[in-house]
Design a protein around this ligand. Structure first.
Ligand SMILES: [Zn+2]
Length: 115
């Protein structure tokens, strides 16, 4: 009777599947500072957070897109990047060694549907 072993394997597979595929609908804004992932936020939820302390970037998630609305870095390239929403897109703030990368989303097949 190996039913418990089989059930355990299936459960583990299901957990791994969920871990590596965070759902079809939601994409993530993954925050990396100095090469370390520090946070991830679902694009499905509108929030505004301050990343960092003395070196800060204001991350805003709105309308399923992530953008840096303010920062005290020198060049403000991150602010000027605007909003990102597609899997693989990123906002980079070189002075702060900060990257906000979009992960795990489905690329919309129809552009301009929203507007
Ligand atoms: Zn910046």
């Amino acid at each position: 009777m190996d039913i418990f072993l089989i059930a355990g394997v299936l459960l583990a597979a299901a957990v791994l599947y969920l871990l590596f595929r965070p759902g079809e609908t939601g994409a993530w804004a993954v925050v990396t500072i100095d090469g370390q992932e520090t946070a991830r936020y679902p694009l499905s939820q509108d929030i505004t957070v301050t990343l960092g302390d003395a070196d800060y970037n204001i991350l805003m998630i709105s309308d399923h897109a992530a953008s840096i609305t303010d920062a005290n870095c020198g060049d403000h390239t991150c602010v000027h990047t605007g909003a990102v929403r597609r899997d693989g897109e990123a906002i980079v703030c070189l002075p702060h060694r900060l990257i906000v990368r979009i992960e795990g989303g489905e690329t919309p097949s129809v552009d301009g549907m929203a507007g």
